[in-house]
Design a protein around this ligand. Sequence first.
Ligand SMILES: *Cc1c(COP(=O)(O)O)cnc(C)c1O
Length: 320
Amino acid sequence: MATIEEVEQARSRIQNIIHNTPIVHSRLLQEKWGRRVFFKVEHLQKTGSFKIRGAANAVTNAVSDGAKLVTAASSGNHGQAVAYVANELGIASVIAVPTDASPAKVAAIKAYGGQVEYCGTTSAERIPYAVSLAQQQGGVYIPPYDHRDVIAGQGTAGLEIIEQMTDVDVIVVPVGGGGLISGILTAVKAQRPDVLVIGAEPALANDTALSLERGEITAIGPTETIADGLRTTQPGDLTFPIVSELLDGLVLVEEEEIIEAMRDIAVRMKQLVEPSGAVAAAAVMSGKAGGPDQTIVAVISGGNVDLPRFASLMNTAEKE
Ligand SMILES: *Cc1c(COP(=O)(O)O)cnc(C)c1O
């Protein structure tokens, strides 16, 4: 299991690459939701999501070990983060993306200096490709969540939260493969075991909820939740033991709740967040995570949504 020492090391390793993002508050939202809620705004992080924390830690370690190339298998936030960090550290990156990847995402990876390779439509095709490419060229494959360095890097967000908000009672975190919440659990439970950490998953991608219920890693079928960063179909081999040992609770949110939270955040806080980024906020908004007497920090994990998509989601939201 990743340790608090690894999270501390990650922090000193990545501090010159990432932002220490602020925690923001909106009185209007607090009133509307009836919760004393604050937001750790990782959509304002470099590359638009927290994924750069884990990527920066893992790629820095690969470079220390002499790597001149890193690979990843993601057209989303992880792919962008790996491309950005590799470029910052002066090495090459190859990012394997599905043949139907959105042009905007591909353009972002290229803009960050990554080389894009199209490969199949499923991660089952993409991951072995990225792994073998790394092997052939003496590079290192960087997984999106199931890796000690990635978990430790994501944990730096947890360290920041407990330093920035010493009176926090509950931290609410979105759960995909579980890298972010495992890192936050590792940091927070070591330093502030009294602080509750609650995970939030879309009901349409409830693989971690099911796995916790059954006490073992359980896969679900492919899912179409609008929270595309949370479409992983099972928790990781490294993340699940951390989650099952340390997590205080897991709640499920509906698709309409995610859209509603995105809309409230846009209208009241003037912030543009992606569906995955609004899942923890949706859990607070719906009253499922955090009580009226608690000080809550919800992690807004990312903001990478293009405007036409944002607009079409807003058109389906209930009008105020
Ligand atoms: C990857 C991602 C998540 C989920 O993180 P995991 O470490 O896979 O649990 C949540 N939100 C956004 C915006 C992401 O990119």
